[in-house]
Write a protein that binds this ligand. Structure first.
Ligand SMILES: Nc1ncnc2c1ncn2[C@@H]1O[C@H](COP(=O)(O)OP(=O)(O)OP(=O)(O)O)[C@@H](O)[C@H]1O
Length: 742
């Protein structure tokens, strides 16, 4: 193995990049196992990229270096970073190592093991969460013990969620269902769910289907069982580097061990405060303990300076995360080369429009900032994004959102709009086929629990008559006497259809705004609880209900009659490029806003970040569980706090925390805002950034004192002014939007 202690070209690279001593130590470390713990924005990925160039410079072959990233977005970002760095080096065309996600790696091994005859070929259509939950519910109904049958429907979600947890955690931890059941501390009355998990696996194998989890689980189980396969995969690499190790689970840790064998030296890097995938079996144990146990004598390194955000964001993040008890108490601190970051609370009774207005004001500065997408709006749940996206569209703000997540493609949004169409003045002028389709959607919203083929026949008859007309069912010959014989539906189903049609009739006759019509219909059909009940999990129920509520609030602010509201939405569809049923974008302006969830932002950063939904029940997210056990379950505050920590540490120049206006009736402000201690954080940062260099802030906390102590005791490294110059701070972004809520 080459001697990597000798000074090399990387030092030159390091010098021009103004790398810190902490970073240089890692880049130039000898090729041993290495464990790096680092704070958010401290240049973990940047340092890994430099380390790779250093290794290549020292005659390690690119083919013998493997980089494992957590997800696709992080992989793409890293590829870009490495390519750019390589382009600036004196060997711009040199081959670069393979960068893979864990799952891509698992899938590659899976296919190889099929070729070797150890695994069966699988259907390329990967099982979705929805399909898995649907199958679990089918099996639960098949095998539930007699004494639980009477409450099975009521506790549907609880059963599905527990069965899914047994399945997921067993695959993530490589434990059998029995042990997982015990570890999850599930009540004995649910022990039949272990059989459900096994029956699901039998079904899955019969159908040759695999899930996302199986891409890792199956090959690792195979490796555990077969020595020839272990020989096949091990010792192929000299160096393996793994990012985001704080979110590693057992199956990933084992895969890493098998790939490394006794040859590869492994570098792991991560930030325990950014662990946000516990629900997939992730644990800080792997970065803090297990790696040290399973890989011989790893050299420990730390990255403690943030280059992403300034003192305000650093102090707010430190105050917040300091409330977690189960952590290593490390402060993140802004490097002196880092421009200051403004932190503001955006208090508003109408979050969506407040954010859209803010972005209108920031747009020129954002465009000038030159970043590909200079602003990110981060949500806890996708349903939060519905009214925000609509407000962005209404303000003609070019944005980007995950495929399939757009508000106008959202099922509940489409259903609300169809309901409004059914109550609109131009109903009878609509083509017959359109009316039938709309009636079908109305009878599914909430679902009247009639089979689809019967429902289709029924809605074709209903489409012929006026929704405002009384006694419509009689008009199409559907009465208590005829319903069974003619349509094969029960009296109970008939009463549901009657209920929906009565609500539709009342809505059609209403002279109020679209919001009044919708609100009447929601109340009369008990829509929200019906929607919640139809979902297979609590989170899915919350998303459905919040999709409707988000749209309702948007329509309420719009305050237009039904026809005008529908026209407004037609215009939004055109703006979104959906006019002809295809999403193409109405114009080709580059997106200045990325609308996404905090879970999707691993390793990413933006000049301006807006974290939405700082209100109780959203941050921290409290599931509206229906089963008695779920409802009483305390929210995992530490996990939610880590999520907010990840969100707020994505900002470079400006961070906005969107919260309800006090006493506006739009919800209580999230306790996390108080936990950030913004008063103390901002006052302390003012002192640190003042040219006069005041001795101490007027308001102080233990965190502020430690922060000052750290800055004072360790000389901040010099020579980083170029780094700060490379990222000028947009002046527009520093203005106060709304008074800081204390
Ligand atoms: N020595 C340095 N001087 C100036 N800027 C730096 C330095 N090192 C890294 N940066 C910049 O700091 C920012 C954060 O770096 P990077 O994304 O690598 O951090 P990270 O630790 O991987 O982040 P996260 O905690 O989100 O995973 C980037 O904009 C990067 O270019």
């Amino acid at each position: 193995m080459p001697d990597l202690n000798k000074p090399t070209r990387t030092e030159t690279v390091a010098d021009t990049m103004q790398l810190t001593a902490e970073q240089r130590a890692i880049i130039q470390a000898p090729v041993t196992h290495v464990a790096i713990t680092a704070v958010a924005g401290s240049g973990k990925t940047t340092t890994l990229a430099h380390r790779i160039l250093h290794l290549l410079d020292n005659e390690l072959s690119a083919q013998r270096i493997l980089v494992l990233m957590f997800n696709r977005a992080a992989k793409l970002e890293f590829e870009k970073k490495l390519r750019k760095l390589a382009m600036g080096s004196d060997k711009p065309g040199q081959p670069l190592p393979e960068i893979r996600t864990y799952h891509a790696m698992g899938l590659r091994l899976y296919k190889r093991f099929i070729e070797e005859g150890y695994l069966e070929p699988f259907n390329p259509k990967i099982l979705s969460e929805g399909e898995i939950q649907f199958q679990l519910w089918r099996l639960i109904r098949e095998v539930a013990p007699e004494d639980l049958r009477s409450t099975l429907n009521r506790d549907k979600k609880e059963h599905i969620e527990k069965a899914e947890a047994i399945l997921d955690i067993s695959k993530a931890q490589l434990t059998d269902f029995e042990l997982t059941f015990e570890q999850l501390d599930i009540q004995p009355k649910f022990s039949f769910l272990k059989d459900v998990a096994q029956l699901f696996e039998d079904w899955r194998q019969r159908e040759s289907r695999i899930s996302f989890a199986d891409m890792l689980y199956e090959p690792v189980k195979c490796l555990q069982a077969h020595e020839p396969l272990r020989r096949l995969v091990r010792d192929k690499m000299d160096v393996v580097l793994v990012d985001e190790y704080q979110d590693t689970n057992e199956v990933q840790h084992q895969l890493l061990k098998y790939i490394a064998g006794s040859r590869a030296r492994v570098t792991i890097v991560g930030d325990p405060d950014q662990t946000i995938y516990e629900f997939r079996g992730a644990s800080t144990d792997f970065i803090l303990k297990r790696f040290q146990e399973d890989f011989e004598d790893p050299a420990p390194f730390q990255l403690t300076w943030s280059f992403r955000y300034g003192h305000r964001a650093a102090l707010a993040a430190n105050h917040l995360i300091g409330h977690n008890k189960q952590r290593r108490d490390i402060l993140c601190r802004a490097h002196q080369s880092t421009p200051s970051t403004t932190v503001e609370v955006l208090n508003s009774p109408d979050e969506a429009h407040a954010i859209a207005r803010l972005l209108q004001q920031l747009a020129p500065a954002s465009a000038a900032a030159g970043a590909t997408t200079p602003v990110a709006i981060l949500c806890r749940l996708w349903s939060q994004a519905v009214p925000i996206e609509l407000a962005l569209l209404a303000n003609r703000m070019p944005y980007r959102i995950d495929e399939n997540k757009g508000a106008l493609n959202n099922r509940e949004v489409r259903q609300v709009l169809n309901l409004l169409r059914a109550t609109a003045a131009n109903w009878s002028a609509l083509p017959f086929e359109t009316r039938s389709e709309i009636m079908l959607e109305v009878l599914r919203f909430p679902h009247v629990a009639v089979r689809d083929d019967i429902l289709r026949g029924l809605t074709r008859s209903l489409a012929r008559i006026d929704p405002a007309a009384p006694a419509q069912l009689e008009q199409i010959g559907l009465t208590k006497l005829t319903c069974k014989a003619q349509y094969g539906i029960s009296s109970w189903q008939l009463s549901r259809i009657e209920g929906t049609l009565a609500a539709l009739r009342a809505a059609t006759l209403s002279s109020g705004s679209a919001a009044t019509v919708l609100s009447q219909y929601i109340t009369q059909t008990d829509l929200l609880s019906q929607l919640g009940a139809s979902a297979l999990t609590t989170e899915a129920a919350d998303e459905k209900v919040n999709n409707v509520l988000g749209l309702y609030y948007y329509i309420k602010v719009l305050n237009l009659p039904v026809m005008d509201t529908l026209q407004h939405f037609d215009e939004l569809r055109t703006e979104a490029g959906l006019g002809n049923g295809q999403r193409s974008g109405s114009d080709h302006r580059p997106a200045i806003v990325e609308l996404t969830t905090i879970h999707k932002t691993k390793g990413l950063e933006w000049p301006t970040v807006v974290v939405a939904g700082f209100k109780d029940s959203v941050l921290p997210y409290r599931r509206s569980g229906q089963g008695a056990e779920a409802a009483g379950k305390p929210t995992d505050m530490e996990a939610e706090r880590r999520l907010v920590y990840v969100g707020i540490t994505r900002a470079k120049d400006s961070l906005y925390l969107s919260a309800p206006a006090p006493d506006s009736g739009t919800g209580a402000i999230s306790p996390f805002i108080a936990e950030m201690d913004l008063e103390a954080s901002l006052a302390a940062a003012d002192v640190l950034e003042s040219a006069a260099g005041e001795p101490a802030p007027k308001i102080t906390t233990a965190v502020v004192e430690r922060y000052f102590g750290l800055l004072n005791s360790e000389a901040v490294e010099t020579g980083s002014s170029d780094a700060s110059a490379s990222r000028p701070r947009p002046s527009l972004l520093s203005r106060v939007i709304s008074p800081l809520h204390r």
